[in-house]
Design a protein around this ligand. Sequence first.
Ligand code: SF4
Length: 345
Amino acid sequence: MSFSSDIIEWYNKHHRHLPWRETDNPYYIWISEIILQQTRVVQAISYYHDLITHFPSVEDMAQASEESILQLWQGLGYYSRARNLHATAREIAHKHHGTFPASYHDLLALKGVGPYTAAAIASFAFNLPHPVIDGNVMRVLSRYIGISDPINSSKGKKLIHDALSALFDNNNPANFNQAIMELGALICKPTSPDCDYCPVRSECFARNHGCVDILPVKSKKKPARNRYLHYWVIENQGNYLLHRRTANDIWKNLHEFLLIESPVPLTEFDILNANPIHPDIVLSKPDFVHHQIHQLTHQTLYVQFYHLHTMHFEPKNDFFWVKEYELKNYSMPILLRRFTDKYLI
Ligand code: SF4
């Protein structure tokens, strides 16, 4: 038996039945892979079903508005993925006449599709011999081969790549890729792997040398950046002041209340004296202030919501009034959505 046949045999008996594994439709597989880039499987399933139900074909997604896709994406974070889905669906509809590209290099040319996603679609949808490398695959191989260089260093990446090329099964690319990722997800887990149930345990370097808990090695990440977001939730008789974020930053194209951001914490006195609307516009004292900490991968957000009342005025720039019951129709970052659901609607 070889590494490939061992893991494929194990996979055939023990894999999870996930909806995107029941299809070879590249459009569905693409959607699932984009969701799974930063999302756990359990959370991904309902979003996957919602997206393919609302947009059963790439043409349907191409014809939809970006806003409708962002609304279905709320809560998943990394909203550039949703914007790229939409842009790519349009590209496929126009440039490829609605037919999904069927080669690794054409897939790689699509917006938001990197080497991992291109290899996943190429192998799962078209059974092409392209190995996938994700966190699960790196962990399995670093333990199985015994790679002690950090897996996020260039040397470690090359060793993983070489090991995978040597073990890869060109005759069963889809099954091999699914099997090695599933082994990492279910057996060769980050902590306390179930080595006694592993189909490749007899040949595994880490198990045979007692270093399962040490591998894989990773270089330290940069600490998360702190950001301080102070939202002015300005109400005029059941209407709220909103605008759309357009900068190349987190939450691009989603909606939010008026924001004052600072690199250091500000006092309530500083914030309420800032009046970013206009000195002539009279604002009430806040009737409540809500504090929240929101963790993103590389950023820690310290968020405050100040709920204030004002007289009516014509908003400037890109701000506009939205009726309270219509807030749900505007795509928002999940922390704002939770705030509006809990305190405003
Ligand atoms: S034997 Fe243990 S450490 Fe080795 S590949 Fe299997 S689960 Fe991972």
